[in-house]
Write a protein that binds this ligand. Structure first.
Ligand SMILES: [Zn+2]
Length: 63
């Protein structure tokens, strides 16, 4: 019931991710700062999403 009949070998199991790694991570251009960002995510550079500022981003590296 929903279980694989045979155990996948380490090679076959890991080969599943090769295509994913080759295709790379999907990137879109931020409409605000025009940097490459992940789609459907708040831009980590300017904090904008859907045309408005969602999070406050510090320009300098300080915590
Ligand atoms: Zn941005």
């Amino acid at each position: 019931m929903g279980l694989p009949k045979k155990k996948l070998s380490t090679t076959r199991r890991d080969r599943r991710w090769v295509r994913y790694k080759l295709s790379g991570v999907a990137l879109v251009e931020c409409p605000h700062c025009h940097k490459k960002i992940r789609p459907h995510r708040v831009c980590p550079f300017c904090g904008y999403y859907e045309g408005r500022e969602v999070i406050a981003v510090k320009s300098e590296k300080e915590e």
